[in-house]
Structures are given as structure tokens and as C-alpha cells.
Ligand binder design. Structure first.
Ligand SMILES: Nc1ncnc2c1ncn2[C@@H]1O[C@H](COP(=O)(O)OP(=O)(O)OP(=O)(O)O)[C@@H](O)[C@H]1O
Length: 320
């Protein structure tokens, strides 16, 4: 059963104390006994009647959101892979997460919208604030987090037999959003336009999504994420399975989207990080220790004048 661990400052939000602390935790962080992931037992079931969602109110009032990770630790079983990582991902900016393989970038990304807890052995400690609201708060539903904080994966994953237009709106049902027929057509068009795919597919919206090229499929997945109107878009190496032309197209799309959606992208490609991001965070897990952020800040400064010699070595391709 996945567990959430809380430090003393945040434990007050949570109720049930149920399971066992990973052994490594006691030595490395000051924590209270753990509670389960809020979505599994203390939050209202996702099928229940709608509850007030403060994030929705904020969504109406603003077009940009700030995501604030505070002292995030993560485990798989007893293996601690992140240790008290804090990072503010500001509204309207693209934040790139860089670092060698295995340092915890993807895990960190997946803690931000509670995807981490899908792994049965996973555990978590810390807070993730979306415009000041903790997505792990016991009163919040897990689907809220995933609706407001969308995700695009390494490998494009459209439903191959489903039409392009149905792929775009496939997330609506899962998040409980309902739209009428006219609104649905407008949403398909606007989402595909934002994802930079509309012109290429507008005459074949009923064709299967699986018939598109890899790069088009990835933009279809971006359109699917955008259709639920997320505040933040997480992208886990979204171009690693794509050719250079498709990669450039996705990078252009990221640039266009960043005006309205806060973007966090994991990338191994330093040129890509330099091209698409305004802020960068360098993760490292040295000698079997859990991943931490060595340095973060303005992307240009990180690449031209890093403060830490390890950052210098990494961005200059000397390791990783
Ligand atoms: N589902 C899982 N079960 C157990 N351990 C996992 C799981 N996913 C990741 N890990 C471990 O967590 C650590 C961090 O992995 P993670 O994928 O977050 O790193 P990363 O920096 O994103 O790596 P990469 O750049 O290679 O994708 C690694 O030691 C990895 O083996």
C-alpha cells in the first residue's frame, strides 16, 4: 500500500496513521509516523457528488499557475530516491529538470501530480502546492491533481483505434468534466490548435489516432492533455522517441503553450533544455544517495556560469 509521510508542519492536514515508515527515512528526515496517500482512504471517492475545488475557482481567475514542491522525498519500498527536494516552478515559465540517469527526475515529476502513488511500493513525504493548495491534502481528490496538472510521456500513447477527435476529448470523462456537442467540437479544435496539430488533421478528425506519425501522435497526446484545461503540464522526455524535425515542432509547441500553461519538462538533451526553458534544475544522486537538486536557477546562467562545479561538468557533457 502506498504511503504518504508528513513532516511536523504539514501533518495536521491528515488523519489516518496506518503503515510503516521506510527504514531509511528515520535517519534522514524528521517525520511523524506516515499516513496513506490521501486519495486512497481519506478523500471523498472520485465518484461522489462534486465538492468545492479551490483550484477551479483559481483557474477561473487566472490563466497561469505556480507549482511549489516543498521538501519532497520519495521511496520505492525501502529505497529512498529523492531527499527533501524543494523547487518553485513559476507561472508562465518552462522549468527543465536535468541530470544523469537514475537521479530521480521522473520520480520527482510524478510526485507533482500524484502519479508516483500508482506504484504499489511507492511512498512520499512533503508538500506540492498548486497556487498555494496542497495537492496531497487529505480533502483533495487524486483526480483533481491529475486534472489540473497534466502529463505527457516519453512515448506517445494515443488510443490507436480511437478517432483523432475522440482521442482529444478522451480525458474529459476520466476527470468528470462534461461538455455539450458544440462545445466539444470547439474544444477539439482549440486543443489541436494549441498543440500545433489542427492544420494537419482538420480534414481527418474521424481517422484513427494510430495512423498519425510519431511526432503527430505526441502532439495529439499534448492536445488530449490540454483538453481538460490543466494549469500545469508535466512532460517526461517528450521528444526522446521522435526524429529531429518532430522534436523541433514539439519544442515550438512548448514555447507557444508556455504563455498559458506552466510547463515542467524532463530532458537529457542539454540543447533542448537551453532552447525551451527559462529555469533549470540540476538533479544528482551521488554514490547511491537519494536524488537532490544541486543547483537551480535561470537557464542561461546555469549553462554559461554555473555556481557548482558538478553542474559545470554535467552541462558540458563531462558525465551522465
Ligand atoms: N517503479 C519503480 N520501482 C522501483 N524503483 C524505481 C521505479 N521507478 C524508478 N525507480 C528507481 O528510482 C530511481 C530514480 O529513477 P527515475 O526514473 O526517477 O530517475 P531519472 O533521473 O528520471 O532517470 P532517467 O533519466 O534514466 O529516466 C532509480 O534508482 C530507479 O531505479
Amino acid at each position: 500500500m502506498p504511503t504518504v509521510h508528513r513532516d511536523a508542519t504539514s501533518a495536521g492536514h491528515h488523519a489516518a496513521v496506518t503503515s510503516i515508515l521506510p527504514p531509511s527515512d528515520a535517519a534522514t528526515t524528521a517525520v511523524l509516523p506516515p499516513v496513506r496517500f490521501a486519495g486512497t482512504d481519506t478523500a471523498p471517492p472520485d465518484t461522489a457528488a462534486p465538492v468545492t475545488d479551490p483550484l477551479l475557482d483559481r483557474a477561473a481567475a487566472t490563466t497561469q499557475s505556480t507549482l511549489d514542491a516543498r521538501r519532497v522525498s520519495a521511496w520505492f519500498g525501502t529505497h529512498k530516491v529523492l531527499d527533501r527536494v524543494s523547487l518553485t516552478m513559476p507561472a508562465g515559465k518552462v522549468t527543465a529538470l536535468i541530470g544523469p540517469s537514475g537521479c530521480g527526475k521522473s520520480t520527482f515529476l510524478r510526485t507533482l501530480n500524484r502519479m508516483h502513488e500508482l506504484v504499489p511500493s511507492a511512498a512520499f513525504a512533503g508538500e506540492v502546492l498548486l497556487d498555494g493548495v496542497d495537492v496531497y491534502d487529505a480533502s483533495r481528490r487524486v483526480t483533481e491533481a491529475r486534472r489540473h496538472i497534466g502529463m505527457v510521456f516519453q512515448k506517445p500513447n494515443p488510443f490507436p483505434a480511437m478517432s483523432i477527435q475522440d482521442n482529444v476529448v478522451a480525458g474529459l470523462g476520466l476527470t468528470g468534466l462534461k461538455v455539450g456537442k458544440d462545445e466539444r467540437a470547439a474544444l477539439v479544435e482549440s486543443s489541436l490548435t494549441k498543440a500545433g496539430l489542427w492544420k494537419e488533421v482538420k480534414d481527418r478528425l474521424r481517422a484513427p489516432g494510430g495512423g498519425l506519425s510519431g511526432g503527430q501522435q505526441q502532439r495529439l497526446c499534448i492536445a488530449r492533455s490540454l483538453a481538460v484545461r490543466p494549469r500545469v503540464l508535466l512532460m517526461d522526455e517528450p521528444c526522446s522517441a521522435l526524429d529531429p524535425t518532430s522534436t523541433r515542432r514539439i519544442e515550438e509547441t512548448i514555447g507557444e503553450l508556455s504563455a498559458e500553461v506552466t510547463i515542467v519538462i524532463v530532458t537529457h538533451n542539454m540543447q533542448q533544455a537551453a532552447r525551451v526553458s527559462q529555469q533549470c534544475a540540476f538533479f544528482l544522486a551521488e554514490a547511491g544517495t537519494p536524488g537532490t537538486i544541486v543547483e537551480h536557477g535561470d537557464t542561461e546562467a546555469m549553462f554559461t556560469a554555473p555556481r557548482d562545479p558538478r553542474t559545470y561538468d554535467y552541462v558540458n557533457g563531462r558525465f551522465g
